[in-house]
Ligand binder design. Sequence first.
Ligand code: FE2
Length: 197
Amino acid sequence: MMEPVYDQLLELAAPYLDTRDNDLHVRTARQFAERILEQVQADEDIVIPAILLHDLGWKMIPEELQSTAYGPVIQDPELNRKHEVEGVRLARDILQQVNYDPAKTKEILTIIDGHDSRPVALSVNDQIVKDADKLWRLSEKGFRLFQRTFGIPPMEFAEWFSQQVDRWFFTDAAKVIARQEIANRKAEVARNGSKGT
Ligand SMILES: [Fe+2]
């Protein structure tokens, strides 16, 4: 998990991740991906680069429009699609810069191309990327940012998330993590009331 090439990828990705809290999102999603990889047999050298590079396309979407292109109700699916297409272009460039294996690059780019818009997963690698990406929403910071961006009362939001677990997640490992995260968020909301959320 400490492959130097991952650090190189992250360094090259950094200028594109400083929008929409994506630097934090990507670091958190990577941790979730590593936890899933401990339990599910898959190609780490596909999954981790795909996670690190999947959201670079947001940098090409004006910040004031980003919240129309993701969230509980996507108002502008075309803009969401644009972040995938632009993300593939930027990720391809970065993978070429580090001379990443061409066959692996191809699979990584296919995963990035459909990470939001494609409801099915094409491989177990794709499943883990999709799962880790969505687990971010349930993390302490991800939940708070989402809840604030979309202005939904926190307990209602946590309850909505718990109804999405079976629909959203592919791997059993991710479902277990998701339920634990939701339980933690509910406990925090109960403890803090509306402050601190
Ligand atoms: Fe993402």
